[in-house]
Design a protein around this ligand. Structure first.
Ligand code: NAP
Length: 309
């Protein structure tokens, strides 16, 4: 019977019952608890935001399983040497695709003008159709592929960028590696960022990158705040080179009340809600992964420590 440590108050409250149920459905009888002697723990389920933990005493742990997709706070913890899995679950991917599609469509069809901007004047502006609106998606992982294929299905010519070369039939163009970044951004009218935060993506988008975009381009960032150089973005917004930024994630969260993003007329702030882990589906993913390891299968959704994601 494996011992599963539920680390963090919300993990215990939200996951204890559904995870026990999902494990039982897979024939795994487990002991789940918020405190167990470290030397007796087989699996750790945790929320990365809540952790600055020392994982050294968990000598028997076969895996650490995160309830979040982004694991930058865990891969940088030198005491965490156990195999690490991140959360990949269909509801979160669906939520992100809905968020990205909604915000792309808002800018594409000019919703702001038509909902708030007419002010009594019969002023007709006809937006271009999707095939005339180049969109670039940075990151072609779980979330990037789902968003990119949905946007492509709507007719947008979508350019994708990733670390290693990827050929995806629905993409108009693909680029990879740092050398391919400017090519991926050239002439884009909407840029969607779906990259993990790593040493290779921190401050990735600065003045030189914004200069490659079509004038007045829109940035949508539901990935991680530090991927963008904030000062460079504010300067690009003030000059008009970037027409609007929709930001869900920030260097400091909650976004401090005096941060210029709150009050900039060309910035939309959403409070890190683009894609939330849904407990029902996430508990099934965790149980399936633990049950698989118990059967001797490799851990799924394992984080590549060297790459940082
Ligand atoms: P993923 O499956 O790990 O995919 C990451 C993608 O980024 C891959 O295509 C990868 O390239 C690419 N990439 C990584 N480093 C790169 C680099 N240095 N240069 C170029 N491309 C690079 O990640 P995901 O599941 O799609 O999630 C992306 C991020 O979204 C998460 O890490 C998390 O921070 C964020 N997120 C935010 C929310 C929210 O609510 N706001 C919710 C969930 C997740 P390869 O294909 O070559 O590996």
């Amino acid at each position: 019977m494996p011992n599963i440590l539920l680390l963090g108050e919300r993990v215990e409250r939200d996951y204890a019952a559904p995870l026990a149920r999902e494990l039982a459905a897979r024939g795994v009888a487990a002991r789940l608890a918020p405190d167990l002697p470290p030397g007796e723990v087989d699996y750790i389920v945790l929320r990365p935001g809540a952790v600055g933990a020392d994982f050294t005493p968990f000598t028997r742990a076969k895996a650490v399983l995160s309830t979040w997709m982004g694991v930058e706070t865990l891969v940088t913890n030198p005491t965490l040497t156990q195999p690490l899995a991140r959360m990949v679950e269909p509801s979160m991917t669906r939520g992100m695709t809905e968020y990205v599609t909604a915000h792309v469509m808002r800018h594409h069809i000019g919703l702001d003008v038509h909902v708030h901007g007419l002010k009594g004047a019969w002023h007709r502006t006809v937006p271009p159709l999707a095939p005339e609106r180049p969109v670039t998606v940075l990151g072609l992982g779980e979330l990037g592929r789902s968003a990119a294929s949905t946007l492509a299905a709507l007719g947008f010519p979508v350019t994708g960028w990733s670390r290693s070369p990827r050929e995806l039939p629905y993409l108009a163009r693909t680029f990879s590696g740092r050398a391919g970044l400017h090519g991926a951004l050239d002439g884009a009218q909407i840029v969607v960022i779906l990259l993990p935060l790593t040493r290779g993506t921190e401050n990735l988008l600065g003045a030189a990158e914004f200069a490659r975009l079509a004038p007045g381009a829109v940035i949508i960032n539901p990935a991680r705040g530090p991927v963008i150089d904030d000062d460079a973005l504010l300067a690009a917004l003030d000059s008009g080179q970037v027409g609007h930024a929709t930001l869900d994630v920030f260097r400091r969260e909650p976004l401090p009340p005096d941060h210029p993003f709150w009050h900039h007329p060309q910035v939309t702030v959403t409070p890190h809600i683009a894609a939330e882990t849904r407990v029902a589906t996430a508990a099934a993913v965790l149980a399936e992964n633990i049950a698989g390891v118990e059967r001797g299968e490799p851990l799924r959704d394992r984080v590549d420590r060297a790459a940082g994601y």
